[in-house]
Design a protein around this ligand. Sequence first.
Ligand SMILES: [Zn+2]
Length: 252
Amino acid sequence: MPSDNLDITPLDEQTARTQMAALFRLAARERLHEGISNHFSYALSEDGQCFLMNPYGVHFSAMKASDMIVLDTANPPDLSDPKIDITAWSIHGAIHKVVPSARCLVHLHSQFATALVCLKNPDLPPIDQTSARFFNRLSWDIGFDGMGIGGEGERLASCLGNHNVLMMGAHGFLVAAQTPALAWDIAYHLERAAKNYITALSTGREVNILPANIAEKTAQQWEQYERDTNGYQMHLDAMMDVLDGGDDSYRH
Ligand SMILES: [Zn+2]
């Protein structure tokens, strides 16, 4: 994960719970979730040992701040507890331990990003402003060997490298970021970029790929602009205002 892209102050637990609950509601609103299977987490401690996780069985559209459970990698939970998704524990526990600076992890099987990682060549070429944001900024895990139980978390953590996004072959993707706001902004735009690319491919016409120097310049402009404006947080704040205008029960 990049270490220098944001100046971050860790969130207190209540703020983290509220923002994470908002992320679940927004993921459902954008139809990025798959049933109740996906999972997001936020590390409460600097070493990644304790983290918030969504309980299994609560739909993203109904998630509340108080629903989030606290897990501790030094004290593994009782995996027979129906609230614990064993794949979530395995993946998030391992990544928070190995990459503690990634306070927020967002894992989704959204439609277009997942379609992309199912292609023989799963690259996301820079074809527009949104996809160019991810130019040379994606990591890949093509070692899918079943559900994320056992050593998958360690393997995923080692594949993430110096990027915020891990594209997971035959599975979905995972965003690792310092804040819920950044994780949301990346997840949202990644799905949009994949949607644009898959839609362009679906025409059957030749896709126009941007030159590498233009793609790199555009990616750097995204990063600079977001840093200068705190655009990630503005995006989340704006979306929380939208949520608050309808149903603010996620805050409870
Ligand atoms: Zn998954």
